[in-house]
Write a protein that binds this ligand. Structure first.
Ligand code: SF4
Ligand code: SF4
Length: 163
């Protein structure tokens, strides 16, 4: 069985493969459009040997975009008013999006557990997006994510080396 890749190695590993991943995209745009089933199977298989609790790199480094619905859910979970929650935990970034005021995420524990797991933002639930429909639409974004998430790295390696 494969082993989970140490997230600390990813920036170097992803940088080595980036040109190849980009070349693959240029040559296989059409083919990628019909590869969702294959990519979702890779996602499932890679998550069999990947434990997010041994990583939490996304929670440490990427700020999820927070929707109004996310804000309501999180504030409710902490029994806070949304206005107080916003003042304590959120800020608006340069693109006008609502994000956490500080990263690592204020809800990430030292044990890598999320203390608001049931109420976590949609973007957290959907990350790393390797099981989403029309994966080809986020292929380029995934190249960026591959230096953060071991699952994305392995998915891209598998797509581009096998096909
Ligand atoms: S989704 Fe990826 S980056 Fe986030 S904790 Fe899991 S393996 Fe790590
Ligand atoms: S809310 Fe939870 S899942 Fe989302 S970044 Fe923070 S710790 Fe991670």
């Amino acid at each position: 069985m494969s082993k989970q890749i140490d997230y600390k190695l990813l920036p170097l590993l992803a940088a080595k493969s980036e040109a190849q991943w980009n070349r693959y995209f240029v040559k296989n745009k059409k083919k990628l459009e019909s590869m969702d089933v294959q990519i979702h199977t890779l996602h499932d298989n890679i998550f069999k040997h990947t434990n997010c609790l041994n990583c939490a790199n996304c929670c440490r480094t990427l700020g999820p975009r927070i929707t109004d619905k996310d804000l309501e859910k999180m504030a409710k979970a902490l029994r806070m008013k949304t206005v107080d929650f916003s003042a304590k935990y959120l800020k608006i970034d340069e693109d006008g999006d609502l994000i956490f005021l500080t990263m690592p995420c204020p809800f990430l524990g030292v044990d890598n557990y999320c203390s608001i797991y049931e109420a976590r933002p949609k973007a957290c639930r959907e990350y790393p997006h390797t099981d989403r429909k029309r994966f080809y639409q986020i292929y380029k974004l995934s190249i960026k994510n591959a230096s953060t998430c071991p699952v994305v790295y392995e998915v891209l390696e598998a797509i581009t080396k096998v096909n």
